[in-house]
Design a binder for this molecule. Structure first.
Ligand code: NAD
Length: 295
C-alpha cells in the first residue's frame, strides 16, 4: 500500500484565513464596523505569550482589530473580572480570549464563565458547551481546535457518516467537544482516555482516529487500522523538538491520510479563532440591528 497522504494544515489554514479576510471586508462594508478581538495575557508564561503573540499577528493579517491586554501575574480575581466585564460591554470588541492557564491563584473555569457567551471565541463557556451538546450550531461558538480537526477531516475527504471514530482524550478544550462534532457528522464515536482498558484494541477499530492525549508518540503502528485517517492534536515539547501523540514515521505507511506535527492541527486552531471572531461579530451586529429596528 502507498504511504498515507500528509494533510497540509498550513495550506488549509491559509484558505480559511483568506475566507476570513474577505468576510472582514464584507462586515466593514455592510456595517461600517471592524471586527475586534480582545486578548488577555496574564503574567509572563513564555508559552502563553508565544500563543497570544501568534493570535494577535494572525488577527492583524486578516484585518481584525486586536485589543491587547496584559495584566501582571499578580492581578487579583476582582481586577481580572472587572476587565472581562469591561470587554463584555465594549461594542468594538466582538471576541474575548483569556489565555489559559491563568496563574495558580486564579480559577480558569470561573474566569471563563464571566465572559459573555456571545463573545467567547474559545467556546469554553458552559453556555457554549451546552449549545454544542444540543446541536445548536448556529448559536454556539465551538472550540477552535476541534473545529479545525473537523475542517481537516473534511479537506482530507474522510468519510465520517457511519464511520468508527475514536477520540483519544476527554478534555473540555479538545476531546469532549470533538466527540460532539463527530457525532453531529454521523460518526459512531468512542471516547478513549487514560482509564480506557485495552487502549490499543480500541484505537485499532478506528476508521478515523484523533489523538489528543498530550503523550509523545503514544500511538504506534500496531494501534492503527489499515487505511485509517489520523489527526494528531498532540503538541509535545521533547528533546527531539515538537512531536505529536502519534509515531508519525511508523504510522504513515499504514494509513490513508495523517496530519504532521507541526504543520497539521496547530495552524488550524488559529485560523478557526479568526473564523469564530467574524462569526461572533456578524451575530452581534445582526442582533444590534434587529434591536435598533424594533425599538
Ligand atoms: P489534557 O491534558 O487536558 O487532556 C488529555 C486527555 O488525554 C485526558 O482526557 C486524558 O484522559 C487522556 N490521556 C492522557 N494520557 C493518556 C494515556 N496515556 N492513555 C490514554 N489517554 C490518555 O490535554 P488537552 O488540553 O486536551 O490537550 C491534548 C494535547 O493536545 C496536548 O498535547 C496539547 O498540547 C495539544 N493541543 C494542541 C492544540 C493545537 O492547536 N495543536 C490545541 C490544544 C491542545
Amino acid at each position: 500500500m502507498a504511504e498515507g497522504v500528509v494533510i497540509d494544515g498550513r495550506a488549509v489554514a491559509q484558505g480559511v484565513r483568506e475566507r476570513v479576510r474577505a468576510e472582514v471586508a464584507e462586515i466593514e462594508a455592510e456595517h461600517g464596523v471592524t471586527p475586534g478581538l480582545a486578548t488577555v495575557l496574564v503574567g509572563e508564561d513564555p508559552a502563553s505569550a508565544t500563543y497570544v503573540r501568534m493570535k494577535r499577528k494572525a488577527s492583524a493579517e486578516v484585518g481584525i482589530a486586536s485589543h491587547d491586554h496584559e495584566p501582571p501575574a499578580s492581578v487579583s480575581r476582582e481586577e481580572l473580572a472587572a476587565l472581562v466585564a469591561e470587554l463584555n460591554e465594549d461594542e468594538s470588541v466582538h471576541g474575548i480570549l483569556v489565555q489559559l492557564p491563568l496563574p495558580a491563584h486564579l480559577d480558569d473555569a470561573e474566569l471563563t464563565a464571566l465572559i459573555d457567551p456571545a463573545k467567547d471565541v474559545d467556546g469554553l463557556h458552559p453556555v457554549n458547551a451546552g449549545l454544542l451538546a444540543h446541536g445548536r450550531f448556529d448559536e454556539a461558538l465551538v472550540p477552535c481546535t476541534p473545529r479545525g480537526v473537523i475542517e481537516l477531516l473534511r479537506f482530507s475527504g474522510a468519510e465520517l457518516r457511519g464511520a468508527r471514530a475514536v477520540v483519544l482524550g476527554r478534555s473540555m478544550l479538545v476531546g469532549k467537544p470533538l466527540a460532539q462534532l463527530l457525532l453531529a457528522e454521523d460518526a459512531t464515536v468512542t471516547q478513549a482516555h487514560s482509564k480506557t482498558r485495552d487502549l490499543a484494541g480500541v484505537l485499532a477499530e478506528a476508521d478515523v482516529l484523533v489523538a489528543a492525549a498530550g503523550v509523545p508518540r503514544l500511538v504506534g503502528a500496531e494501534m492503527v487500522k489499515d487505511g485509517a485517517t489520523v489527526i494528531d492534536v498532540g503538541t509535545n515539547r521533547t528533546d527531539d523538538g515538537l512531536v505529536g501523540d502519534v509515531d508519525f514515521d511508523a504510522v504513515r505507511p499504514k494509513v490513508r491520510a495523517i496530519t504532521p506535527v507541526p504543520g497539521g492541527v496547530g495552524p488550524m486552531t488559529i485560523a478557526m479563532l479568526l473564523q469564530n471572531t467574524v462569526e461572533a461579530a456578524r451575530r452581534q451586529l445582526a442582533a444590534r440591528r434587529a434591536a435598533a429596528t424594533t425599538s
